[in-house]
Design a protein around this ligand. Sequence first.
Ligand code: NAD
Length: 399
Amino acid sequence: MKVLVTGVDGYSGWPLALHLLHRGHEVVGIDNLVTRRRVAEVGSQSATPIRSMSQRAKSVQKVLGKTLRFYRGDLCQWEFVRDLVRKEKPEAIVHLGEQRSAPYSMIDVHHAVQTQVQNLTGTLHILYAIREESPKTHLVKMGTMGEYGTPNVDIPEGFFEIEYRGRKDKLPFPRQASSWYHWSKVFDTGDVMLANKIWGTAATDVMQGVIYGTRTPDIDRPDFLTRFDFDEVWGTALNRFCVQAVLGLPLTPYGKGQQKRGFIALEDSMQSLTLSVEHPAAPGEYRVFNQFDESYSITDLAQLVVKAAREDLGVEAEIHNSYNPRVEAEEHYYQPHHENLIRLGYHHLRELRQSLTEILTDLQKYRSRIESHRHVVMPRMNFRSPDNRDPLHIPAEKA
Ligand SMILES: NC(=O)c1ccc[n+]([C@@H]2O[C@H](COP(=O)([O-])OP(=O)(O)OC[C@H]3O[C@@H](n4cnc5c(N)ncnc54)[C@H](O)[C@@H]3O)[C@@H](O)[C@H]2O)c1
């Protein structure tokens, strides 16, 4: 199958491209390399030393004897997207090429606007390019579990049945995002649903849980490493906890630390996306997959990292709950469902405990890269309005 991966230079796009190549698919990748620039903008870098896209494509040729055709380009340029889809006519597009950091979207008005305008523009361009140039293409669109928020009822996969004032319907489950970034994903979902309704675009909308890990079987060599972000803007809580443990800093869950989220290993996310591609939505079908394995609270994660650091590195890490810069429920019900991928044959491959050993080992190996950036790990930014902040909050650079 010919698959176009947008965001192929990213944390998940790069291992996905390698995984699809391994499985015999033809892969075309596009990226404008903006995550590299945005991470540098906040004074950070990937903990893993990643190669440039041209070096990566060369290694693919040399090591795998396969060709990864890479186009450097911006999804916000309509002619670029249209011409690419016209030329390649992929059977599937896996759309990962978006701004993916909630804190980045909350920096100021410009970052909020950039996130929403660029994410929605890219998605609309892809939808129109499919309609005009390749209507049979199946779109696998990467959304996020964060679209649902934390409702006090179970979270279904996209739709739920409801009875209201004596009448019944099957409706999209309400979205309650908590950052400008997460709302951009909700708006994307609306656009993908509309394209399906009016043009019959076949689409899988993936509600992706937080991904963790530095390794998959496909990237287990230095020239195939994928990025690993650890600063407060780009790093997930788990990534930051691992870096804090390695650097001898306290682990800092925000607030009470009882916020729960769905998590999935990088290898399992690749498996899930591949299943979505290889078992496409039927023509005219719109389906939603909740893509995660386990739910953990932020405190669970911090405790697991403390244990792994003790057992794997002999390091005694401490947990210091910190001020919560986000506006979110710190204790809540959380019961999302995930059955659709299991029905397609999904089975859990990599345990969190194993991934923690790999992450901690890799961070030790590239310690100098995180050591020189230790100042970017602690929280400095804030989602709240200035008059709604905890007066005790001291930005890390002044602490
Ligand atoms: N990593 C996670 O834990 C996670 C969780 C839920 C959802 N997601 C979603 O998965 C997708 C991929 O995430 P990731 O972690 O690989 O992010 P990433 O930032 O590492 O990768 C995204 C890639 O897309 C590229 N890109 C961004 N905007 C572009 C544009 N306009 N034109 C061309 N290329 C562009 C970036 O340069 C980057 O290489 C994103 O849509 C993200 O929102 C990720």
